[in-house]
Design a protein around this ligand. Structure first.
Ligand SMILES: [Mg+2]
Length: 132
């Protein structure tokens, strides 16, 4: 019997190799995956698709993940969507600025699949806080 796709995830990542890896890993976890290759496209897709979860890179052309996160948080339609930052930035100040922009959790690249799974499961179970 085919697995039922319960949840829609948006992955915003400018590195095509990592985007493909993340897409495969999320697919293995049973998610339906939408992708965007920079922050601007990520904001557009978030508004259009209203995913259950967003994985957000930070260093991207067009618009950074920080600015994209701020715009997603500023829209009442998308303000509650959990956002997991997936970034190579590891300094405390970088991580703090992402939380200040509105992300819910943070994972530093490179990461193990199991680590990613745990972060995602934590956020996916929680889901949007006030959906009716
Ligand atoms: Mg990047």
């Amino acid at each position: 019997m085919a697995r039922v796709k319960m949840k829609k995830v948006l992955v915003v990542e400018d590195d095509p190799d990592l985007l493909e890896i993340l897409t495969r890993q999320l697919d293995m976890m049973g998610f339906s995956v939408i992708t965007a290759k920079h922050g601007k496209e990520g904001v557009e897709k978030a508004f259009e698709e209203k995913p259950h979860l967003i994985l957000m890179d930070i260093m991207m052309p067009e618009m950074s993940g920080r600015d994209a996160t701020r715009m997603i948080r500023a829209n009442p339609d998308t303000e509650d969507i959990p956002i997991l930052v997936v970034s190579a930035l590891f300094l405390g100040s970088d991580i703090r600025s992402c939380f200040e922009a509105g992300c819910n959790d943070y994972i530093v690249k490179p990461f193990a699949f199991k680590q990613l799974q745990q972060k995602i499961q934590g956020l996916a179970q929680r889901g949007p806080s006030s959906s009716s």
